[in-house]
Design a protein around this ligand. Structure first.
Ligand SMILES: [Zn+2]
Length: 466
C-alpha cells in the first residue's frame, strides 16, 4: 500500500476504533439518557455538603426540571435553607402510591484529596466525577427521569407516583425525612411503597452477578462526649490531668464496651440466601451460619462489612479541644458513631455509655433512632424489582439484604410502608471505594443503563395494564 493510502487506511481504522470505543463507553443514544447525564452533571455541580446542607439549591434545581414538564412541585421543611422537594403524579385510583426517594445532601469533600474538583461534575475517561455521583444524586436523577418519562408519555397510571428529594439524610434525616413525615402526614396518607438508596450489587468483569435489595438496616446512635474542667497552665496540671485527659478516659471507657458477635434473625435470613450464590469459602460459611457462632471462623473468613452485621459497632470519629501545647482547655469533646443490630434499642446503649463514662464526660445524644421491623421480601414491588433486574442481567440473582449503614428508609418503615434500598447501577468494587471518600465517580455507561432500568421498574410497577 502506498504511504498515503496506508495512512488513510490507518486513519479509517482509527476512526472506526474510536467510534466503537465511544460506543463501548456508552455515549448515550437514547435522548433521555443524554438528558439524564446532563442533569446529573448539573446536580453534582450544586454543592449540598452536609453540614451545612444548603439543600434548597438542589431542591430548586429539581423543581425547575419538573416545572419544564408541567409538573408542580413543592418545597418543604422546617428550615428555609434546607428544603426537601415533593411532587406527585395522580392516577385517580386508590392503589397504594409509590415514593421515589433520594437525598439531596452529600458528605463534605476535601478538594485537596481529589484528582478532579469534587463539585465539577467533570466528564472524563468514561466517568462522571464528583461528590454525589454514587451517593446518591445518580439515583435521584434516575428516579426523576423515570418520573418525567411517565408524564411525557402520558402513561395511564394504576397508582400515584411521588418524587421525593430529601434534605439532611447524611446526618440522620432530622431536617428531612423525619420532619416531613411528621409535619405533612396528609402528603403520605395513601403511600405504601418506597424505593430509596441502600441496595448493593456484586459484579464480575462488568456483569452483575448479585443484586442486593436492602429491606433492613442497623440502628444508628450518634453521641458526643463532653469533658469539662478548669482551664490552666499545663506545667501544673490538676490531679485528674485536665480536660483532655478526662476525655481520653471517657473515650477508652466507651471503647471498652463489649460488642460480641450475635446472629440477628434478619441477618441470618440475608446470609443464608446470599450464601447460596457464592461459591467461595465466605459463601459456604454464611449460607449455613448459625448460633453458637464460630468466632474464629468469622475472624478468618468475613470482611469488616460482613462482621459489622454480626455485632454492634462503636467507632470514635471526631475529637476536638485545646488550642496550644502548653495550656489545658476548659472543654474537649469526641463523637461516637454507634450502629446497633437491627433489633436493639438505643436507650439501653445510651445508659450503658453513661454508666461506663461516669464522671469523665457528659454524654450528649446527637441522633437516636429506634429499631424498625424489616420490610418483607414477598411483596408485589419486590417481584417487580427482581424480574426487571434479572431481565437486565440474565443469570443474576436477586435477594434481600441487611445494610450495615442506614438510610431514610427506616422512617418510612416505621410508618408501615414497604421500603427497599436499591442500586440500579453496576458498580465495580474498584469504583465503590470512593463513596464518602475522594474521587467519587460513576461510569457514564453504567449510569445510562441504570436510568433505563429505573424507567422499566417504575413503569412495570405503576403503569395501568393495557
Ligand atoms: Zn446516601
Amino acid at each position: 500500500m502506498p504511504p498515503l493510502k496506508r495512512l488513510l487506511a490507518a486513519a479509517v481504522i482509527l476512526a472506526v476504533a474510536t467510534l466503537q470505543c465511544r460506543r463501548a463507553e456508552g455515549v448515550p443514544k437514547d435522548p433521555i439518557e443524554k438528558e439524564a447525564e446532563d442533569a446529573l452533571v448539573a446536580y453534582i455541580g450544586i454543592d449540598t455538603s452536609n453540614p451545612p446542607g444548603n439543600e434548597t439549591a438542589g431542591a430548586q434545581f429539581l423543581r425547575d426540571l419538573l416545572l419544564k414538564e408541567g409538573i408542580e412541585a413543592r418545597l418543604l421543611g422546617p428550615d428555609p435553607a434546607r428544603q426537601s422537594l415533593y411532587a406527585r403524579l395522580a392516577s385517580g385510583t386508590n392503589e397504594k402510591a409509590l415514593i421515589l426517594a433520594h437525598h439531596i445532601d452529600v458528605v463534605p469533600a476535601n478538594a485537596a484529596e481529589w484528582a478532579r474538583p469534587p463539585f465539577s461534575g467533570a466528564r472524563d475517561g468514561g466517568y462522571i466525577w464528583g461528590r454525589g455521583a454514587l451517593d446518591v444524586k445518580s439515583l435521584g436523577i434516575a428516579e426523576l427521569m423515570a418520573f418525567i418519562d411517565l408524564k411525557r408519555r402520558n402513561v395511564k397510571l394504576r397508582r400515584d407516583v411521588i418524587f421525593l428529594a430529601l434534605a439532611d439524610e447524611e446526618l440522620g434525616g432530622i431536617n428531612g425525612a423525619r420532619a416531613i413525615l411528621e409535619n405533612h402526614p396528609e402528603l403520605f396518607r395513601n403511600a405504601g411503597f418506597v424505593l430509596n438508596e441502600g441496595g448493593y450489587n456484586e459484579t464480575v468483569v462488568d456483569k452483575i452477578t448479585f443484586w442486593g435489595i436492602e429491606n433492613q438496616q442497623k440502628v444508628p446512635l450518634f453521641l458526643r462526649l463532653h469533658a469539662k474542667g478548669m482551664p490552666g497552665h499545663s506545667a501544673s496540671p490538676p490531679d485528674n490531668g485536665g480536660t483532655v485527659a478526662k476525655l481520653v478516659r471517657a473515650m477508652n471507657a466507651v471503647l471498652s464496651i463489649p460488642t460480641p458477635y450475635r446472629l440477628n434473625a434478619d441477618v441470618a435470613n440475608y446470609f443464608h440466601l446470599a450464601g447460596r450464590h457464592r461459591k467461595d469459602a465466605r459463601g459456604q460459611f454464611i449460607r449455613t451460619i448459625a448460633e453458637p457462632l464460630d468466632v474464629a471462623r468469622i475472624e478468618k473468613v468475613l470482611t469488616p462489612g460482613y462482621k459489622a452485621l454480626l455485632r454492634n459497632t462503636i467507632t470514635l470519629t471526631r475529637v476536638s479541644g485545646g488550642l496550644s501545647t502548653n495550656a489545658i482547655p476548659a472543654a474537649a469533646s469526641a463523637d461516637v458513631d454507634i450502629r446497633l443490630l437491627p433489633d436493639e434499642q438505643t436507650s439501653a446503649m445510651i445508659e450503658r455509655v453513661r454508666a461506663e463514662v461516669g464522671e469523665h464526660a457528659e454524654v450528649e445524644v446527637l441522633l437516636q433512632s429506634e429499631a424498625t421491623p424489616a420490610t418483607p421480601a414477598d411483596t408485589e414491588l419486590f417481584d417487580v424489582l427482581a424480574k426487571a433486574m434479572k431481565a437486565d442481567e440474565p443469570g443474576s440473582a436477586v435477594e434481600p439484604i441487611v445494610g450495615a449503614g442506614t438510610s431514610d428508609s427506616r422512617y418510612f418503615r416505621a410508618k408501615g410502608m414497604v421500603a427497599y434500598g436499591i442500586a440500579p447501577f453496576k458498580v465495580n468494587y474498584y469504583d465503590a471505594d470512593n463513596v464518602h471518600g475522594a474521587d467519587e465517580r460513576i461510569r457514564a455507561r453504567f449510569f445510562a443503563e441504570g436510568v433505563r432500568l429505573m424507567r422499566r421498574i417504575v413503569t412495570d410497577f405503576c403503569a395501568a395494564p393495557k
